[in-house]
Design a binder for this molecule. Structure first.
Ligand SMILES: [Zn+2]
Length: 311
């Protein structure tokens, strides 16, 4: 079976209690290696939110065409909808790709879904998004779930503060207060043993207000100074309506080593659906949808400077 990827060995080795520590073993985790290399190389990894098999295929094809590493991201919805089927297809696609690709769960918002996802095998990373809990409970759950995931060879991401807005597949936090990430808060999450930190510095999911993104790069710089190289910084809320090449490059310069790409990829799928549904054969429709999503991922590889980095 290929579905365990790097996880199977690590999980197996963890069981006997001997050998290198969990954190040492996680050094071979492919998602961690991909994003570590990006941080060291001054570029960012496109982390593509996939809702369908076509999106998984489009991500891999784009990464191979651009010689770029990439991450396939699934929301908990994918597990609720299809149990491990899309996950295991994504893991197999990542295993077989000619460039480094990892599989990551985005915004796992309950301890139950984190454990279920980790137990399925196939995820290299999971984002532990407990941001709808108060800070103390958020930290307690994050620490507990980091241990659960690490024991299964899975690295973790967390969100100190709260990035507001709406994304397909996650709980709407629009009626809750946005909480910007402070260096003190960031430190508490790093102490939980996370690998990636998603700071809230004015970024929001989906649609920004009339003034567009009002990003606090001063705050981001303070958070970066606090956490140093103990974790990688990752970017949420970088919709292409607001984040074109220039702003993405500015975020990379500020330390971002992974950028989530969601809305534009899904929009490419639905646009082709609207234009061609009923007018062409189903096979042609599916192929054109895949190609449209591939194109979006490809130009994001250029924006994020990951093009050529797998060569
Ligand atoms: Zn997000």
């Amino acid at each position: 079976m290929t579905v365990n990827g790097t996880n199977g060995t690590i999980n197996g080795a963890a069981a006997n209690g001997n050998g290198p520590s969990v954190k040492d073993r996680l050094k071979n985790n492919r998602a961690k290696r991909i994003v570590d290399a990006a941080a060291a190389g001054g570029y960012a990894i496109p982390a593509v939110c996939c809702y369908t098999l076509e999106a998984v295929i489009a991500t891999v094809r784009a990464a191979e065409a651009k010689k770029s590493p990439a991450l396939i991201q699934l929301f908990p919805w994918a597990i609720e909808y299809a149990d491990g089927l899309l996950l295991h297809a994504a893991a197999e696609a990542a295993d077989k790709a000619s460039v480094p690709i990892g599989v990551h769960m985005d915004h796992a918002q309950s301890p139950e879904i984190v454990r279920r996802a980790a137990d399925l095998g196939g995820f290299d990373g999971i984002m532990l998004d407990m941001s709808h809990y108060e800070e103390e409970e958020n930290l307690r759950l994050t620490k507990e779930l980091v241990e659960y995931c690490n024991a299964r060879g899975i690295i973790t991401e967390a969100e100190p503060g709260r990035i507001n807005g709406v994304e397909d597949g996650i709980t709407d936090t629009g009626d809750m207060d946005e909480i910007l990430t402070t260096p003190v808060q960031a430190e508490k999450f790093v102490a939980c043993g996370i690998d990636w930190l998603a700071p809230a510095f004015g970024n929001v999911h989906g649609v920004y207000g009339p003034k567009g993104p009002q990003l606090r790069f001063d705050l981001l710089e303070q958070v970066r100074a606090q956490v140093g190289d103990r974790v990688r910084l990752v970017l949420h809320g970088a919709h292409e309506d607001y984040f074109q090449e220039e702003l993405l490059r500015k975020c990379i310069d500020a330390g971002m080593a992974k950028a989530n790409i969601n809305g534009p990829v899904a929009a490419a799928w639905t646009k082709v659906q609207g234009e061609l549904s009923g007018k062409v054969s189903l096979t042609t429709l599916v192929e054109k949808q895949t190609k449209a999503m591939q194109d979006v991922v490809e130009y994001h590889c250029d924006f994020l400077k990951s093009t050529g980095k797998a060569a």
